[in-house]
Design a protein around this ligand. Structure first.
Ligand code: ATP
Ligand code: MN
Ligand code: MN
Length: 303
């Protein structure tokens, strides 16, 4: 067994399954953190129970960076030549093609393929045309401080709560926060996106100095773009517990609404400190996520 020099620096991680196939285990993927390909495989093995519910049996888009996070990365939406079809499935969703995995072996096959970010659709293979989650992606424009991002997430939550919708929050692993709404898959993609657009428009109307629902760069300066466009058919957002191909090896991390005010940035949680957080959590901050039975409200004018 070849062990990367740097993977020994971080806290001890789980040993990857014996049958996992990993070439170049000591290739460094995040130079600043010294995290190797083996280190990434160990990380995902360690947190498998946390991430798998969010990524299995869904169409996936993948950010692949075979040479590491500082080298060329590309967004991969389709199956590729040479993929191990026992572990990574080609799936067809109407006209679209995507890939899917079913378990830890599939996840480790993604690591083998140089995947540093996992971006699922908001729907499952069983019912791909009916989203089972919405994502409100809070994108702070230039000059927006972190406290305003936290306030923005809380405002999205309040807005949804007024419509009797329960939501959850995670760090993006980058600059922002994602508010995620579990759904019983009933509404179409068009209905879901129209609803999400309505929420973003209502927030923009109520607080035009804080929020915008316009993607244009100019509108975003000093404001938070409530990016509702994650909710279209084929659109994606990074998965809960996926790593990011960015400095520091950050991880998109679910947090409790009650602890959000103590979070200091969108990239606070990283490979190097996340595995330490999980065993100490008294409750999974998203433990209720799978138990919520709610649908996109019919009218979006209730506000
Ligand atoms: P941040 O908090 O820094 O904004 P983010 O993950 O929310 O992090 P965004 O730039 O807001 O980053 O992107 C939102 C989503 O758009 C991504 O998570 C991804 O799913 C999708 N995306 C990004 N790049 C591409 C791409 N090249 N092709 C298709 N979808 C993409
Ligand atoms: Mn974002
Ligand atoms: Mn965005």
């Amino acid at each position: 067994e070849t062990v990367g020099h740097a993977s020994q620096v971080a806290s001890p991680m789980a040993t990857i399954p014996e049958d996992a196939y990993l070439t170049h285990p000591d290739r460094v993927l995040w130079e600043d953190e010294g995290i190797t390909k083996l280190g990434l495989a160990e990380f995902y093995t360690e947190i498998a129970d946390w991430i798998l519910p969010h990524i299995v049996n869904r169409p996936l888009s993948l950010l692949r960076c075979p040479g590491g996070s500082q080298k060329e990365c590309f967004f991969q939406k389709h199956a590729w030549a040479g993929l191990d079809e026992d572990l990574i499935q080609r799936v067809r969703v109407g006209e679209d093609e995507a890939v899917a995995i079913q378990d830890l072996s599939g996840l480790l096959a993604l690591v083998q393929a140089g995947v540093l970010e996992i971006h699922p659709w908001g729907s499952t293979l069983k019912n791909p045309e009916k989203p089972d989650r919405l994502v409100f992606d809070l994108d702070p424009g230039e000059g927006v401080g972190w406290d305003a991002v936290v306030q923005g997430a809380n405002d999205v939550r309040d807005c949804l709560q007024d419509l009797d919708l329960v939501s959850f929050v995670k760090t993006s692993g980058g600059k922002g926060l994602h508010v995620v709404v579990p759904l019983h898959p009933k509404a179409s993609w068009d209905e879901a996106k129209a609803f999400a657009a309505g929420v973003a428009a209502a927030m923009t109307k109520a607080s035009p100095s804080l929020y915008t629902d316009t993607m244009a760069k100019r509108a975003r300066t000093g404001r938070i773009f409530i990016d509702y466009l994650r909710n279209g058919r084929g659109a994606t957002a990074v998965a809960a517990y996926s790593t990011r191909a960015r400095a520091g090896a950050p991880v998109s991390t679910p947090v409790a609404w009650e602890e959000l005010s103590t979070i200091r940035s969108g990239n606070q949680y990283r490979i190097s400190n996340l595995a330490g957080r999980l065993p100490h959590l008294q409750n999974d901050p998203w433990s209720e996520f799978g138990n919520i039975d709610q649908v996109v409200p019919k009218t979006k004018r209730r506000r």
